[in-house]
Design a binder for this molecule. Structure first.
Ligand SMILES: Nc1ncnc2c1ncn2[C@@H]1O[C@H](COP(=O)(O)OP(=O)(O)O)[C@@H](O)[C@H]1O
Ligand SMILES: O=P(O)(O)OC[C@H](O)CO
Length: 542
């Protein structure tokens, strides 16, 4: 039953070329000048890769180091990461980026603070007396808790959970992953019974380990991460005893991280090792919140859609949570202190860039993600093919846990290009469904969609998206918005920026606007077909 904590198999390749492709790279750009003497570092620990990026105080990327790490799929629907490898990938990225930074003539003490942003919900458990992980991290996409969730749905009060924590009972949040570990892994249960079990999302694990683990015992999380567990009350931004009790967990036996602000000069400690030893960690945001901050979505009504491994649309709804009645999540956008705490409505798509990687790694259609568009452009349209990429069931707005990936419309006419097109369209269709739900929940329609994330490098995907939703799609030139958000959170805590206003000029140049090129009637017709396919994909994993 137990997966061993496998040794690192990550590869690091260094190059001096400037590239935004998701390979293992160190990038040096000539933007930093002596007139901008302060810098902020950002750890971006995503689902498929880790990056450390050093920004100057104009929000420009000065140095990057990126490493892809091992994806562990022990069984169908299971997805794990080695927690030690996540930490070592961060450490290597810090060292690699600092090396590139110093080669440009800068000194590491010009880096004033470091922020963390991370894949959310992914669950790590460790022994607080040894600091050692007790199991591989269970990744947010993992569906092994499906049966457990079905059982929980029969428990009295299951329908009321969402009002308090903003999330639906599903395999996605951390709660069901933690319960699965307690039910299925004797070491985890033994640690719980003897009161030494520590639980955390990836932010907590990284802050703990980067501070030196048991030496300093930093156990913290920010509200944008803690709001993904199902244990946090959205109003109080603290753990809700009734929620924890509902999951039948004993707070005496399990160490939950303290929930602190997303930007804080002291709470997150400092780096105990690496080239930046002694530098404070002063910002922390779940990656989707960080992207909203990096797009400067500080005011209600602003939204962004991030096309990474999954795809996540966050819409700033203001300083009060809005509970969706149309399949969206309610979450904390960020907490930068009084008057600067915002909530978001979220549309979560489990499979986006991972469907592209599926064509590359599993089916060998192409040899890199960046070639998907070229393959899709070998044909004029999808040739009647629809791909419901429900590898982890379907998340928002459908929440169909027994759907699985299904290809519709295959004929002898179908070419690889048609399947490539259907793959990229799937994320765009699901985004359209989410925007429709958002309009129903908020009573407003978006005028424009700000985008980022690896998949947005494809012009074809962005054009398809704009065509299907009928509004312009606005893509920044600097696409590292997630890391920028973490840097902003960290920089605000130490005065690199004193308020949001100072960020007005950050990341505004060189944006590309994709405008709709098809009429609404043909977009609607395509969308109807997608909705039909979604309904037909139900029930496969029941
Ligand atoms: N040009 C491209 N076209 C389509 N997909 C791409 C392209 N470049 C990267 N991707 C996809 O983007 C994803 C990586 O995006 P990224 O934002 O780094 O994700 P994460 O933060 O989840 O690790 C990968 O799944 C990859 O397949
Ligand atoms: O790795 P990403 O960028 O797809 O983001 C993962 C999310 O945080 C999961 O909720």
């Amino acid at each position: 039953m137990f997966r061993s904590l496998l040794p690192s198999r990550s590869k690091t390749r260094q190059t001096s070329s400037s590239s935004s492709s998701p390979t293992n790279t160190t990038t040096m750009s000539p933007v930093a000048q002596p007139v901008h003497p302060t810098f902020v570092g950002a750890i971006d620990q995503g689902t498929t890769s880790t990056r450390f990026i050093i920004f100057n105080n104009r929000g420009e990327v000065v140095a990057v180091h990126q490493i892809e790490f091992e994806q562990i799929y022990p069984n169908p629907g299971w997805h794990e990461h080695n927690p030690e490898e996540l930490v070592s990938s961060v450490e290597q990225c810090i060292d690699g980026a600092v090396e590139a930074f110093e080669k440009q003539g800068h000194s590491r003490d010009q880096i004033k603070a470091v922020g963390i942003t991370n894949q959310r919900e992914t669950t790590v458990v460790w022994d607080k007396t040894t600091g050692k992980a007790l199991h591989n991290a269970i990744v947010w996409t993992d569906t092994r808790s499906q049966d457990l969730v079905r059982r929980l749905k029969h428990r009295l009060g299951s329908k009321e959970l969402t009002e308090r924590c903003g999330l639906p009972l599903s395999t996605y949040p951390s709660a069901s992953k933690l319960l699965w570990l307690l039910e299925n892994v004797p070491e985890v249960k033994a640690a719980y019974d003897s009161g030494v079990l520590a639980f955390g999302t990836v932010d907590t694990w990284l802050a703990y380990k980067l501070n030196g683990g048991t030496a300093r015992e930093i156990y913290v999380s920010d509200p944008s991460n803690a709001s993904r567990t199902m244990f946090m009350n959205l109003e109080t931004l603290d753990y809700d005893d009734e929620l924890v009790d509902w999951f039948r967990l004993d707070r005496e036996k399990i160490k939950f991280p303290k929930i602190v602000r997303s930007s804080d000069p002291e709470a997150y400690g400092s780096l105990a090792s690496t080239a930046l030893k002694g530098i404070k960690i002063t910002g922390c945001l779940g990656d989707q919140s960080a992207a909203l901050v990096g797009q400067k979505g500080f005011t209600p009504g602003q939204a962004k859609n991030t096309y990474g491994t999954g795809c996540f649309l966050l819409y700033n709804v203001g300083d009060k949570p809005v509970i969706s009645t149309h399949g969206l999540l309610s979450t904390v956008a960020f907490d930068f202190g009084p008057g600067k705490r915002m909530y978001a409505l979220e549309g979560s798509i489990a499979v986006a860039g991972s469907s592209v990687k599926f064509l590359v790694d599993n089916l060998g259609f192409i040899d890199s993600s960046s070639k998907l568009s070229a393959l899709a452009e070998t044909v004029e349209d999808n040739g009647g093919v629809t791909f419901v990429t429900a590898f982890s069931g379907l998340f928002a707005p459908y929440w169909i846990d027994d759907a699985r990936g299904t290809l519709f419309g295959i004929t002898a006419y179908t070419q690889r290009g048609h399947i490539a097109r259907a793959t990229l369209e799937a994320t765009c269709f699901q985004t359209k469904a989410i925007l429709d739900s958002m309009a129903k929940d908020s009573g407003k329609s978006l005028a424009e969609l700000a985008v980022d994330g690896g998949m947005c490098n494809s012009d074809l995907i962005m054009q398809t998206q704009s065509d299907l939703i009928g509004i312009p799609v606005n893509r920044p030139a600097m696409r590292e918005t997630t890391a920028l958000g973490a840097a902003i959170a960290a920089g605000l805590a130490v005065g690199v920026w004193s308020d949001f206003k100072e960020l007005d000029d950050v990341n505004v140049d060189g944006r590309t606007l994709f405008k709709p090129q098809i009429d609404a009637a043909s977009a609607d017709k395509q969308f109807e077909r997608w909705e039909k396919a979604v309904q037909m994909s139900k029930g496969w994993a029941s």
